[in-house]
Write a protein that binds this ligand. Sequence first.
Ligand code: NDP
Length: 321
Amino acid sequence: MSVILVTGGTGLVGKGIQYAIETEPEGSRFGKQPGEKWIFASSSEADLRDLEQTKKLFEKYKPTHVIHLAALVGGLFKNMKYKMTFLRDNMLINDNVLHTSHLTGVKKVVSCLSTCVYPDKVEYPLDETKIHLGLPHDSNFGYAHAKRMVDVANHAYKDQYGSNFTSAIPTNVFGPYDNYDLEGAHVIPALVHRCYLAKKNGTPFIVGGTGKPLRQFIYSRDLGKLFIWQLREYDDVEPVILSVGEDEEISIKEVTDAIVKAMDFKGEYSFDTTRADGQFRKPASNKKLLNLMGGFEFTPFDKALDESVKWFVQNYDSART
Ligand code: NDP
């Protein structure tokens, strides 16, 4: 019997994993296997910044495998304002989860990094070898260093104890159960929420910047399957970038057009080009992933976005806004 504990299991990425486990055929590559028990934990069950609460959670479920997603996450503004909180909370959460996994003999841990932790000055495309090759961007210095230490710890656990701890590096994630809080949200949920309000209030939908920057977006329900693959089929300490390909970059304008369509927004829609754009592109390679998996069928962006927008509209009252 395997018990898989997903920390941060109630967030955007955790819900993507849960969706695959509950909807893919039992026994299939991404479906639930016979004898598997999946636990999707939230912070209300244990505050993982606290070692005692972390230990109690592990005592309760006795996990044999862990997918570690729990983290203090946030957009640019929050990251800049609370650097020390992002550094300390994430260092504590990661240390408590890895240390307790080690003490209790967990067979495998897949932790979650992010392409945001890469060096600010780096040669593109990003790949799995470049995480530590320079300082992260000053805006998310605390978050980035805490996350990078997970990769350092994974190597140290392997070298000292032979542990099977590894990590995943997703690009920008979107999907049902995202954080739509206008202050702290990432680009897709923020635009979805603002388009929703423009439609509801009959006001113009104005998007900051030129709409030209390109990004790689991964649907949380696709990412869920990739985490399940990594847990079951990948046994190496080095991280794997979980993303659509570099040739599937999407401009912010394309994202916004898709939101307008999915929301059936008929009002005025324009770009405020006086607002800063951010980096033009920061492509990441998914070659390692596709070579290892032997290919993967990603959900077309428009379909994934349409499902996410419909979810938001139907769940507006309970969504994180
Ligand atoms: P969410 O904010 O949607 O979910 C965060 C999860 O972590 C929630 O289940 C939350 O529980 C839990 N959590 C937060 N703090 C604590 C704590 N102190 N103790 C226990 N649990 C806690 O985030 P995502 O799903 O987007 O992020 C999951 C992982 O993916 C993170 O590690 C993040 O860094 C990474 N990532 C996300 C990307 C994105 O675009 N969203 C991109 C790349 C990486 P609760 O709901 O109870 O508060």
